[in-house]
Design a protein around this ligand. Structure first.
Ligand SMILES: NC(=O)c1ccc[n+]([C@@H]2O[C@H](COP(=O)([O-])OP(=O)(O)OC[C@H]3O[C@@H](n4cnc5c(N)ncnc54)[C@H](OP(=O)(O)O)[C@@H]3O)[C@@H](O)[C@H]2O)c1
Length: 305
């Protein structure tokens, strides 16, 4: 965006929203974040104003979006827990969209997921598919971004799989491991989001990196990078999910969800178009081998406690 603008970002103190915020500030824009964690330690200090992401107060939400040119929406829940449901997250996002419309926001940059589908056996994906329709029906111009898997320092999934490879003698991979993934680097994802903000046309863009790996290749890559001697065994998906639940019980977290396993095995973490990010997971892992998976990253601690 050529001129400095006021942008709203959900989750500036969390993962993807943090990188979008960094990028916007570097380009000279002002950022207001909507967050459930206004006091979370963050690198931005007074440069980012925090307002509550409180879906129960639609008028306050709209007031927080006053004068905002672009809303970057990253809000979603990874799994249902403690009364939070995918249906509730859909309703919450619709309340946010309505608040943005009421406030006169020009453009919505909305983060969805690659291959969002209304298939009922994939509630995460079905919620995302329903929201894509809500975004398309909104009065704002919009960009829908569809990432596969996002990797970076604060990533949970790749980090925790590597953590298991560092600490356990066996790793139970669901199925044969031949399904593919095409991850995108979080900074490339932020770059894509910011570049889509300045446009006025309605677009849907996959956020995919330059490398496609099978899950089996990816596990070997992670294991090699951290010099893991863990034996990778292939299990029926339900058994692999139960093994991850056992670890989750000990860590008080959800390590892997049923949607994630099914999405992976149904090849939903890959798309065929050109790459929209340029950073290669293989190179990034080589550079970050000393940090990845050193500590367990808990989704529950980050978002539900
Ligand atoms: N991470 C991936 O690999 C991946 C892959 C495909 C698609 N996506 C999509 O990309 C977007 C950003 O993902 P991310 O991993 O970067 O998320 P994130 O930064 O951890 O969270 C994004 C936003 O959602 C809010 N949020 C997350 N879980 C919540 C919960 N249980 N209750 C209330 N608020 C919650 C956060 O609130 P706070 O501000 O309070 O932290 C934050 O505002 C999401 O829409 C996700 O579906 C992510």
């Amino acid at each position: 965006m050529a001129d400095p603008r006021l942008c709203a970002v959900t989750g500036s103190f969390s993962y993807t929203g943090k990188y979008i915020t960094r990028r916007l500030l570097a380009d000279g824009h002002r950022v207001r974040t909507l967050t459930g964690h206004p006091n979370r330690p963050n690198e931005f200090g007074a440069r980012v104003e925090a307002r509550p992401l409180d879906f129960e107060r639609p008028h306050e939400l709209a007031a927080s979006l006053d004068d905002v040119d672009v809303l970057f929406n990253t809000y979603w829940i990874r799994f249902e827990r403690g009364g939070q449901t995918f249906a509730g997250a859909v309703a919450n996002t619709r309340a946010l969209i309505a608040a943005a419309e009421r406030a006169g926001v020009r453009r919505l940059v909305h983060v969805s997921i690659a291959n969002a589908t209304s298939a009922p056996h994939l509630p995460y994906y079905a919620g995302k598919a329903a929201l894509e329709e809500s975004v398309k029906a909104s009065a704002m111009s919009h960009a829908i971004i569809r990432p596969t898997v996002i990797f970076g320092d604060e990533d949970i999934l790749i980090n925790n799989i590597t953590w298991i490879l560092r600490h356990f003698p066996l790793f139970g991979a669901p199925g044969g491991g031949n399904y593919r993934m095409r991850p995108i680097f979080v900074e490339d994802m932020a770059e894509l989001a910011v570049s889509l903000a300045e446009r006025d046309d309605n677009v849907t863009v996959d956020a995919v990196g330059p490398e496609t790996l099978t899950f089996g290749e990816w596990l070997k890559l992670l294991a090699t990078n951290v010099e893991s001697r863990t034996r990778i065994v292939h299990l029926p998906p339900t058994l692999a999910l139960w093994a991850s639940r056992a670890i989750g019980l000990v860590m008080r977290d959800v390590v892997l969800t049923s949607d994630e396993v099914k999405g992976l095995m149904e090849d939903l973490l890959v798309t065929d178009g050109p790459p929209t990010g340029e950073t290669r997971l293989t190179e990034w892992l080589r550079e970050h081998r000393d940090q990845v998976g050193k500590r367990y990253a808990s989704e529950v601690a980050r978002h539900f406690d």
